[in-house]
Design a protein around this ligand. Structure first.
Ligand code: HEC
Length: 146
């Protein structure tokens, strides 16, 4: 093995070790979701939850993806199963309507930054529109809104 090949394989080794390190921590890096089993939505953000009125097996699949994406990406701040421990707002209380959608999209696309401190990252940088509307659909399914 010549030296540049050796350097290359060492680098690959280091890269693999460090990405396993991230996986071991689980929630350090937001995890992209496979959404190939549900309706694609295109690049342009929808103004309203496009999955809200979906029924049957497709709804089940949207809820499965939504619950999983939530638990992997939002739960560490917003609480397991959507039940906030107080670090961040309880998302089960967002209204399941147009106003709730608007606010949801605003936050997942812009995150929350105050005085330069990132309270919530821009989740849309890591998760697709399909994954994020699935999360919204799942949150609506566990809503405690009055
Ligand atoms: C690093 C912690 C963190 C992560 C991860 C996070 N959030 Fe947040 N989120 C916050 C905080 C803190 C706020 C409150 C921000 C504020 O009011 O300034 C917030 C606010 C929100 C709001 C507005 C709620 C309200 O009642 O005003 C929505 C919607 C939201 N987050 C959705 C999500 C979703 C969906 C995910 C996962 C895809 C997510 N967040 C991941 C910390 C986080």
């Amino acid at each position: 093995m010549n030296s540049s090949k050796l350097v290359k394989s060492l680098c690959i080794g280091v890269m693999m070790t460090s990405s396993f390190g991230v996986l071991a921590h689980g929630d350090v890096t937001p995890q992209a979701m496979d959404t190939s089993t549900i309706t694609a939505l295109g690049k342009e953000w929808k103004e309203q939850n496009p999955y809200r009125d979906v029924t049957g097996d497709l709804r089940k699949e949207i809820l499965r993806i939504g619950a999983s994406a939530y638990n992997q990406n939002c739960a560490r701040c917003h609480g397991l199963e959507g039940i906030s421990g107080g670090i961040a707002p309880d998302l089960r209380m967002l209204p399941s309507d147009f106003d709730g959608d608007e606010w949801y999209v605003y936050r997942v696309r812009n995150g929350a930054v105050r005085n330069g401190a990132v309270y919530m990252p821009k989740m849309a940088d890591y998760l697709s529109q399909e994954a994020l509307w699935s999360v919204r659909t799942w949150l609506e399914s566990v809503s405690v809104e009055e």
